[in-house]
Design a protein around this ligand. Structure first.
Ligand SMILES: [Zn+2]
Length: 103
């Protein structure tokens, strides 16, 4: 089990977790509960982290995360639930509605 990604927010951590799971990679979010304790701990210690469960999936996870980070600024809002999705997503991570192709 290894840390693959440190998110700046819980929704971002969930997004990365969902992206990895959609690719068949076992991913977990840690520190999710600590986010509510802002003000009691240094911020850097409570950022949610995405961990990969299986060592042989580390490389695939890293590639997906690198791609995610390179397009993180580009998002498409889901027409159904209004959640922002990375521009590379074909299906909404939240409600699984197919997204319009914008690239
Ligand atoms: Zn949606």
């Amino acid at each position: 089990m290894r840390r693959a990604f440190t998110a700046t927010s819980l929704p971002e951590a969930r997004l990365v977790q969902q992206m990895l799971q959609m690719a068949g990679i076992e991913a977990f979010v840690f520190n999710a509960n600590a986010v509510g304790a802002l003000g009691e701990l240094p911020a850097t210690e409570i950022w949610p982290e995405v961990w990969i469960g299986r060592d042989h999936q580390q490389n695939a996870a890293r590639m997906l995360i690198e791609r995610y980070e390179s397009v993180a600024e580009e998002t498409t809002d889901c027409p159904k639930c209004n959640e922002p999705n990375p521009a590379t997503f074909e299906i909404c991570w939240c409600c699984r509605r197919p997204l319009a192709v914008t690239l």
